[in-house]
Write a protein that binds this ligand. Structure first.
Ligand code: AHM
Ligand code: MG
Length: 351
């Protein structure tokens, strides 16, 4: 049996990167280490969730009126505590917090970074043992260091992100993060207790054959989206491969799969969520950044997600994201049955 001793842990990978950037202070690297530590703590609880008394809701509603699951609350507290105890984060905005938190003490104020976070996305899947995830983004502060951070630091366009990533708690736990240097995926080795590099330099395939959307809302979608879905149902991709539908209801799982295999994810506006369901700041922007670095794209159907100036922390947006070829076809609404024409050719189910 050949033992592979060349595998890099996240820690070793970070140090290797730092060596290549002599001007770097290591602060971002430390912040990623803190995020990985919090992720490991959440991983432990997610894995024993069925055994421990940690399933179910807390009986409380978050700022958006959604019920707060106990694991949501645990994940939020864990990330907040780890970041606050660290030396590399000045403040945090989270799906589970009404407003941002400025850590506002001497050491944290020295940090040039703030974090946006969805501590546990896919809450509806927590109780049924389906993959869930954490989403994060890191901004360089607009405010001066040595002072308290403020709202403007968090309400930056996604294109200003310096790093973004997610943790998927699935059959294995993975941390995937992007900086301008690339997107890399690390799988948690439970025997080592370390994330190890398993998916170096991830690129999103230009085309795929997966589309991910909640079909239950189909009749709420606008005509363009319906046409696009129709063209996926009755068409093939540019390589002649039939489309297939995959949707878990956990965006991290759906986008992780589509990032690796190629595909498109759609969460359009609905009657219940006329502005879209997903949150721009801590759900869509981090994924848009990751996809952008990996060669994919993300829009709200009109604008590049990364170019939308957020007005509020919990603002929602329609979200369409994935492989660049499929996104281009979606934007042009130009899917064809033979992959060559630029006009939509959608066969009705009755014909
Ligand atoms: P959450 O932040 O409350 O977990 O909601 C976000 C989740 C996404 O992970 C997922 O893509 C979407 O909501 C699923 O919504 P729906 O059940 O309406 O399809
Ligand atoms: Mg969420």
């Amino acid at each position: 049996m050949i033992i592979n001793r060349t595998i890099l842990t996240l820690e070793e990978f970070r140090k290797q990167e730092l060596r290549m950037l002599p001007q770097a202070t290591g602060e971002l690297s430390n912040l990623l280490r803190d995020i990985a530590l919090a992720a490991k703590r959440v991983h432990v609880e997610v894995n024993r969730a069925g055994l421990a008394d940690i399933l179910g809701d807390t009986g409380q509603l978050n700022v958006q009126g959604e019920s707060v699951q106990r694991l949501d609350a645990f994940a939020n507290a864990t990330f907040m505590t780890v970041l606050q105890r660290g030396v590399s984060c000045a403040g945090l905005a989270s799906e589970e917090l009404d407003d941002f938190i400025c850590f506002d003490e001497e050491i944290c104020n020295q940090s040039k970074y703030v974090v946006v976070l969805d501590p546990l996305d896919g809450s509806s899947n927590i109780d049924v043992n389906i993959s869930i995830g954490t989403i994060f983004g890191v901004y360089r502060r607009l405010t001066e260091t040595e002072s308290a951070c403020d709202r403007t630091d968090f309400l930056q366009k996604g294109k200003n992100l310096v790093a973004a990533g997610y943790i998927i708690y699935g059959p294995s736990t993975m941390l995937v993060y992007a900086t301008r240097r690339g997107v890399n995926g690390f799988t948690l080795d439970p025997s080592l207790g370390e994330f190890t590099l398993s998916h170096p330099d991830i690129k999103c395939p230009r085309d795929g054959n997966i589309y991910s959307v909640n079909h239950g809302n189909y009749y709420d979608y606008d005509e363009k989206v319906k046409q696009f879905i129709g063209s996926c149902q009755y068409g093939t991709n540019h390589s002649g491969v039939a489309y297939t539908h995959r949707y878990t209801g956990s965006m991290v799982a759906d986008l992780h799969r589509n990032l690796l295999k190629g595909g498109i994810f759609l969460y359009p506006a609905t009657a219940q969520y006329p502005k879209g369901k997903l949150r721009l700041v801590y759900e869509c922007n981090p994924f848009a950044f990751i996809l952008d670095i990996a060669g994919g794209q993300a829009t709200d159907a009109n604008l590049d997600i990364l170019n939308i100036p957020p007005d509020t922390l919990h603002q929602r947006t329609p979200f369409f994201a994935g492989s660049s070829g499929m996104m281009r076809s979606f934007s042009k609404n130009s899917f064809s049955r033979n992959g060559s024409s630029s006009s939509p050719v959608v066969k009705s189910p009755a014909s």
